[in-house]
Ligand binder design. Structure first.
Ligand SMILES: [Zn+2]
Length: 81
């Protein structure tokens, strides 16, 4: 990928990032567990380019999947295979 294309893709992904959840005052709570999960999900989103608003669980272990997880199996279970 050319340098220009790479910047475009990064900009595109950054521009389409979903917003983190906010508290009742409309502020992002950086200490919140939800925010930590959101940052993990966004990191993964930059890899996968995938995002869903559906709440899903891992087909193998039943743990909650990140919203940017492209398949129905969590990273833990994937790395065990
Ligand atoms: Zn799992």
């Amino acid at each position: 990928m050319s340098e220009q294309a790479r910047y475009w893709v990064e900009g595109f992904l950054n521009g389409t990032e979903p917003d983190p959840s906010v508290n009742k005052d409309g502020d992002v709570d950086f200490e919140n567990q939800e925010y930590r999960i959101w940052t993990q999900a966004v990191d993964l989103f930059h890899e996968t380019g995938y995002w869903t608003d559906e709440e899903r669980k891992c087909e193998k272990c039943g743990s909650a999947l990140l919203q940017s997880e492209p398949i129905e199996v969590c990273r833990n279970c994937l790395s065990k295979n």
